[in-house]
Design a protein around this ligand. Sequence first.
Ligand code: MGD
Ligand code: MGD
Ligand code: SF4
Ligand code: MO
Length: 758
Amino acid sequence: MTARTAIRTCPLCEATCGLVLTMEGDRVLRTAGDEDDVFSKGFMCPKGATLGELHHDPDWHRRPLIRHRGRLVEASWDDAFELAGHLVRAVVEQSGPTAMAAYFGNPISHNLGGLLYAPVYLKALGSPRLFTASSLDQRPKDLVNALLYGDRFTLAVPDLDRTDFLVVIGANPVESNGSLATAPGWPRRLRAIRERGGRLVVVDPVRTRTAELADEHIRPRVGSDAALLASMVSVLFDEGLVRLGRLGGFVTGVERVREALADLTPERVAGFTGVPAESVRDLTRRFAAAGRACVYGRIGTTATEFGTLTSWLVDLVNILTGNLDREGGAMFPLPACGSPNTRGRPGFGPPPRLGRFASRVRGLPERFGELPTSCLAEEIDTPGDGQLRGLLLISGNPVVSAPNSERTARALASLDALVAVDPYVNDSTRFAHVVLPPPGPLQRSHYDVHFSTWAVRNVANYSPAVLDLDPRQLQEWQIMCRLAAAFEGRGATEADVDRRHAEATARAAVADAHSPVSGRTVEQLLAAVAPRVGPERLLDLMIRSGPYGDAFGGRPDGLSLATLEARPHGVDLGPLRPRLPEVLRTPTGTVALDPPLVVDDLPRLRAAVASRARDGLVLVGRRHVRSNNSWMGNVPSLMTGRPRSTLWLSPADAERLGVGTGDLVAVATRVSTVHAPVEVSERVPPGVVSLPHGWLHEPDGVRLATARARPGVNSNRLADELVLDVPSGNAVLNGIPVQVTALRPDEYEQPVNPLTLM
Ligand SMILES: Nc1nc2c(c(=O)[nH]1)N[C@H]1C(S)=C(S)[C@@H](COP(=O)(O)OP(=O)(O)OC[C@H]3O[C@@H](n4cnc5c(=O)[nH]c(N)nc54)[C@H](O)[C@@H]3O)O[C@H]1N2
Ligand SMILES: Nc1nc2c(c(=O)[nH]1)N[C@H]1C(S)=C(S)[C@@H](COP(=O)(O)OP(=O)(O)OC[C@H]3O[C@@H](n4cnc5c(=O)[nH]c(N)nc54)[C@H](O)[C@@H]3O)O[C@H]1N2
Ligand code: SF4
Ligand SMILES: [Mo]
């Protein structure tokens, strides 16, 4: 058999690296970073090399599973869809559509078919109850984007390759490869800042590998970043450093912001943040003087108690120093397709969808049509009108990813209809009545509709599938169409549902008065993209009617999917360019800096600043480059090396507790207690402990042979579903107060046995 080469974008994380795969038949002989990729230029991380392993993972299901006499057994697709339709319709008939909900996990946003077809089955499901991983992640940033710029996806990303001063807060891109700022090769790009004479400042209580690359490492108390940033803003006003420049024409509310934050000076908050006032003043002065500077925040700023305030303040510092929408500052990408800020009337839009309905049990307000995932379990396990009885679980593992795992597990186990689209039987899908497995990552085409919206350079990159489906598999989009048909129960075929969806996409494009295809007909557009079907048809429609598109003949040099197919290393659309005010979609056409929903949360911060002399330990999360949330623990080559599911404890705290590396400790919160092996580490300061999330803990019913052989501690058994960032409803996954006590060997519980872990 002769070897062949395939080029494709890695779909595993936000970095979107180009890969070159050397294939023989369906075997991957070698994986390398694609040196010719217009964006990644040869970079890849250890996960990128595992696409072949994922494809051949014996635990990645290829046939649907249905529950039969309490066990999940293989079934035909017809039987699986029939059962899914039957169960869901039974819930709806008995309790109404609001008794059904959907949960979307993270991988759907990396999946062309999964992402583009989500609206199809959601519409067929007819329920307004939607939960996603976003409220375990970046909901505070979504909220701030919507309030300042008019859409939650209108995100200003660091202009990483041109900035001269980058402040990274609560992010560890050397391990995570970056997030909410798509850039393959973060470590290289961070080093390049210093090589060109710029400065890298990392703000993180933990000495991470990213902090080790920095000129300066500032270590605030966990959860205090909002106060730290507010004090930077107060210094900007106080010392006359506010320079709006051309932003002055687009922003309102500057004076109100000054008043709102005036009391939060570095001197007043130093006791809370642990950062000396003079170093905050000094940092602020240097940042303001730098010219091309940017603050960038991630999970350590969002999945925290003051996530919304912190996210807002990140943007405020960028705006007030004139760094928003300027080269080397924080800029708005212009993607080739898929961005809401390229549709509708430039500069103006409707008010964001916030608080139109509330959750049933806690009355938490919706955000962008979604309820906080922290209230998923209570919506299922609390009896009464509107109780959830069914869940569509799409590429998500809330038992491991959401706070209070034990409650989530019990809740999922109690459902009348749990339909999962997922390749694995894991902690969550083991409770499903039907599991519909998508094909492996080499068997599907790829285009980052979502992450190109947040890329630090405008690029477009399409990869066809490398391997065919085997005859009894379905593409994820086909699963979605057939699910929609099953929910509707009116005998529509996959092709019917697909055609309707393509028509709706074309209709939206021609109806948009500001689209380059405005005034064309749906029939014209669909004829032009024939004979494509499925995601390729939609993608071609979106690219051609997008900002660089050929407008179906209107701009003959413009892009189409065919252009991308001919350019496997991607099309470079250039560095980010200023986009204000056209990027806005706010009702006023300006950026109102003081949204009440955010400013009204300041008293909560002030109360914390005033009262909080934190004793005791707080838990933060961490990521390792060989992990990917909860789901890559079944890939053998990623599970080698030293144990990773360990509780980092500072030397001082270890000594106080009388424990050393390898000893087990009990870690307790209101919610539960877990037993975790200690790793004494200088990386964490006294008072802070760190545990990575995503580890398989309870092997009962889970079909993941490799992960079962290397279990760990599920840190979300500790996270409290009742503690939220108030404005956004985001879970608090960093800064969880914990009690840690040493255990005697006879108290060790299985499976966290130090003999297998260390
Ligand atoms: N304590 C703590 N908890 C956290 C975090 C933290 O930092 N600390 N981080 C949070 C964050 S940022 C996130 S995004 C969430 C993630 O939360 P989730 O999205 O719920 O969890 P994942 O681990 O990403 O689960 C992905 C699921 O998708 C399946 N899957 C993989 N590929 C595919 C595919 O191609 N198609 C389909 N249909 N399914 C697929 C996997 O088998 C797995 O079941 O976790 C959050 N939870
Ligand atoms: N290898 C790997 N890569 C991933 C993932 C993965 O699971 N593994 N998950 C992907 C996903 S879904 C996401 S959202 C991204 C997340 O991307 P990142 O946000 O870069 O992820 P983390 O490595 O968790 O970094 C968060 C940092 O915040 C710090 N932190 C915690 N609390 C505080 C605080 O109060 N203040 C400050 N200043 N810092 C604090 C932590 O110490 C940690 O270093 O990663 C993505 N990439
Ligand atoms: S950094 Fe992300 S996109 Fe790049 S190879 Fe690793 S997992 Fe894939
Ligand atoms: Mo995430």
